[in-house]
Design a protein around this ligand. Structure first.
Ligand SMILES: [Zn+2]
Length: 818
């Protein structure tokens, strides 16, 4: 199926105008569904031609102005001989999706109830309708649905049930096809209202109780964020209502459908979670809400500008979370998680500018939903705001919304609005920050006459950038001092620091810029961490140490020693939890050679024990440390005791989540029988339980279990997205290298065949979660390179394999460091 190219989209937008859709869904069958699409549009040139996209299992009928349309092929329906006004009617049968693309159908094992939701993604709207699937052909849409009378059905616009099982929704404002959705099923619903805006939350029926428990916090966040956006943007929520649905097996974190945001239902907590997780959820709620303005009201013209959506929503999401909710240190969470993802993505061979100059087609666009578009773009905007100031930034944004509301806009349009508001020419700034990939490193340097900041860039990407940064240090009298200054070029002398006595200097204090930082040789990192009051600044230090490890400048054991000596003093759970994750998941399991692992493991265990010894019972730090401790246990006995509720740290209970963490550890240690696993899956009875059980099955250290799991990864066509991810993660365990090394070569030679029948998202999962990341050997890198050299690889598959291989090279370099 050809993916839509930029050129085709550009031609088509010149042909089609005054576009409207009417959709009528028949969801009464569980086998497949039927959609009648009516497309009405004008064409300026009589006799012009264009095409609609649809990917049904069966095209039943298609007419243009009453005549039958011939020539449907490759997902495209040719429209020739257009009149001034045109009406296309397409009736077709489509398949339900099980991988979150198109119209996803899910049956809840807890009660047998069925649920659907539409996820058009970048190019999957044609899996449930006929459309011109490009972001700059926005149109009002009227939706009708026939479904099981016991269901509730919701969509972007408000709707009513006109007779049992028949739903009619008001016409929407103009929206892009990637923003159309419906949800249907016996969803539990909780309603509220704020400032005249109707609010609602939805989750599947078996989550009714959990939804009620989560609702107060979710509504509170929603209201806080709405108020803050109204203040900042000066334009009210454009889509009338604000509903949030938590749906099963959603592949992304969430999606900003106007009026009806959809989230993965893992965000409805059903047991204790840490504040890191709650803060992340808050920033996602705020992120999706920001899209109502960035993306939904003003939409990018083409996929080269997804950063206009994602960078802005991420920036506003963290900012509004920090300013309006109880998660006031949200930027520390960003610095210790998302930003590190951004640095990683920006230093890979696949790096690209935040704002790429050209994206050829929708398939290439998909690959750019990455750490660069989200995290680097967000950090870049934070830097822009530090440079321009809040007043100019928001004045520019308001002018941008006013000018382009309900339409489309590009990077140039945005820069024009910001330049007009600030009186500054942003073109040079944009060239360096938005049009040039890769990251700079800032080094503090003592010079003969004072203090300077040296800036470097990788040889292949020599761009140096202007950075507005904070610099902090401890003065001779032991007090922490800070200034903010502009750095540009290879060496910037900081005049005001000439002759100042400074100890434990920290560059990028306050984390205003996107740059790697290094320390002066005399810096004592443990002492520096102890001197920093702000969790955000401590996150900057931890992040810098971690990226020096990734870069192979510092041995992994140095990071693990710092974890052992200093992490227990960290009071912000986000920083502690993410560093424990890097320590256990990457430093020990991938970066250390097998014989050095016990020493690394002991450093992490010591940190966990120290945190547990002082943590508040029932608090986030305790839970984070306990989970990490479990995931490294080398003996089954204490794990068994915890599972039985014995010897637990005070305040901790074994909820479903902790229970599966314990069971996974037993599975990895070879102490979980098939019968016990079956019993646990039956006891849990949820879809989540089935996924966790599959992860445990794949994680058992016996040849038959590994063989069965590998067979599923390679050949099982029925696996859902979640299952594939879990089995991949279960299969590759650092502890099981003797059992799985033989599969490394097979992974690279046998997997490409599955691109014949797997979708891009599943292929990306194969290249990510199911990648042999723990087999950090030169031979693995070589096998990956041989695979990547093959012609005809799916773009997303190749991209994910290439990125995982780049991580693997870093791991191999670390293993050889000692
Ligand atoms: Zn987003």
């Amino acid at each position: 199926m050809a993916s839509l190219t930029f050129d085709e989209a550009k031609t088509r937008v010149g042909v089609v105008r005054d576009l409207r859709y009417e959709l009528d869904f028949d969801l009464t069958s569980s086998e497949s569904f039927r959609t009648t699409t009516v497309v009405r549009f004008g064409a300026d040139e009589p006799g012009a031609e264009t095409f609609l996209e649809l990917r049904p299992t069966r095209l039943i009928s298609a007419t243009l102005n009453g005549r039958e349309i011939a020539g449907f092929a490759e997902g495209r329906l040719p429209l020739t001989g257009l009149a001034g006004r045109n009406e296309v009617v397409v009736v077709a049968e489509y398949a339900y999706s099980h991988v979150g693309e198109g119209l996803h159908r899910f049956v809840d094992p807890a009660d047998g109830e069925a649920y659907v939701y539409a996820q058009p993604s970048i190019a999957e709207a044609p899996l449930f309708m006929a459309c011109f699937d490009q972001p700059d052909l926005k149109a009002p849409i009227t939706i009708r649905v026939t479904a099981d009378p016991s269901w509730i059905v919701r969509s972007n616009a408000a709707g009513t049930q006109t007779e049992p099982g028949r739903w009619e929704f008001a016409e929407t404002k103009p929206v892009a096809t990637y923003l159309i959705t419906i949800i249907g099923g016996p969803y539990a619903e909780i309603r509220d209202e704020h400032d005249g805006i109707p609010l609602a939350l939805y989750a599947r029926k078996s989550y009714t109780e959990a939804l009620a428990e989560n609702a107060p916090e979710l509504f509170e966040l929603t209201k806080q964020c709405l108020d803050r956006y109204h203040e900042l943007f000066g334009i009210r929520l454009p889509f009338g209502k604000y509903e949030q649905a938590f749906v099963p097996e959603f592949t992304w974190g969430a999606m900003e459908f106007p009026g009806l945001v959809v989230f993965r239902d893992e965000y409805i907590y059903r047991g204790p979670v840490t504040d890191t997780e709650r803060s992340r959820r808050a920033s996602i709620v705020a992120h999706e809400m920001a899209h109502m303005w960035f993306g939904d009201l003003v939409t990018m013209r083409w996929w080269d500008d997804i950063w206009l959506n994602e960078s802005f929503a991420t920036y506003m999401g963290y900012r509004v979370t920090a300013e309006a909710t109880r998660f006031t240190d949200a930027w520390a969470d960003f610095a210790s998680e998302r930003k590190i993802w951004g640095y990683g993505a920006d230093q890979r061979p696949s790096t690209h500018p935040v704002a790429p100059v050209f994206v050829a087609d929708t398939e290439s666009a998909f690959a750019n939903f990455d750490g660069i578009s989200y995290a680097k773009g967000c950090a870049t905007l934070r830097q822009l705001v530090a440079w321009l100031g809040d007043d100019a930034f928001f004045a520019g944004l308001r002018a941008h919304f006013d000018k382009h509301a309900w339409g489309n806009a590009t990077l140039d349009d945005l820069l024009a609005s910001l330049s007009a508001a600030s009186g500054r020419d942003l073109s040079a700034w944009a060239d360096k920050w938005l049009r040039s990939p890769q990251v700079n490193t800032l080094h503090p340097v003592r010079t003969a006459d004072g203090f300077a900041v040296e800036q470097t860039a990788p040889a292949a990407y020599p761009t140096l950038r202007p950075h507005r940064i904070g610099i902090s240090w401890t003065s001779a009298d032991g007090v922490r001092q800070r200034i903010e200054t502009d750095v540009d070029g290879p060496l910037t002398a900081v005049g005001e620091l000439a002759g100042v006595e400074m100890e434990d200097v920290l560059l990028n204090n306050g984390d205003l810029s996107f740059a790697k930082i290094r320390f002066t040789p005399d810096t004592d990192l443990a002492r520096l961490l102890g001197r920093l009051e702000s969790p955000l600044d401590r996150a900057v230090v931890w992040g810098a140490v971690w990226d020096a490890v990734r870069d192979g400048e510092v041995p992994a054991m140095t990071f693990l020693d710092l974890v052992r000596s200093s992490l227990a003093a960290e009071t912000h759970v986000g920083v502690a939890e993410h560093m424990l994750g890097f320590a256990r998941g990457i430093a020990v399991n991938r970066f250390l050679p097998v014989d050095a692992r016990p020493a690394g493991q002991a450093a992490v265990d010591d940190a966990c024990e120290a945190i547990l010894a002082q943590a508040t019972p029932g608090g986030s730090l305790q839970l984070a440390a306990f989970r990490t401790l479990i995931s490294g246990m080398t003996s089954a006995e204490p794990v068994r005791a915890w599972l039985a509720g014995q010897d637990l740290p005070a305040g901790l209970t074994v909820d479903d989540e902790v229970r599966w963490t314990l069971l996974l550890r037993l599975a990895v240690l070879g102490d979980l029988t098939e019968a016990e696993l079956d019993a646990e899956q039956t006891r849990d009875g949820t879809a989540r339980g089935a996924v966790e059980a599959a992860r445990c099955r794949a994680a058992r250290p016996d040849a038959a279990a590994k063989a069965a799991a590998f067979e599923q990864i390679v050949r099982d066509r029925e696996l859902s997205n979640r299952m594939l991810e879990a089995i991949g993660q279960g299969f590759w365990r650092a502890e099981h290298w003797e059992l799985t090394d033989a599969y490394v070569e097979r992974y690279f030679t046998e997997l490409p065949a599955s691109q014949e029948w797997r979708s891009g998202y599943l292929l990306a999962t194969l290249g990510g979660a199911a990648f042999p990341a723990t087999a950090a050997y030169t031979s693995t890198v070589e096998a990956a390179e041989r695979m990547l050299a093959q012609p005809g690889l799916n773009t997303q598959f190749a991209r994910s394999i290439a990125d995982s291989t780049d991580d693997l090279r870093r791991a191999v370099r670390q293993r050889n460091l000692r």
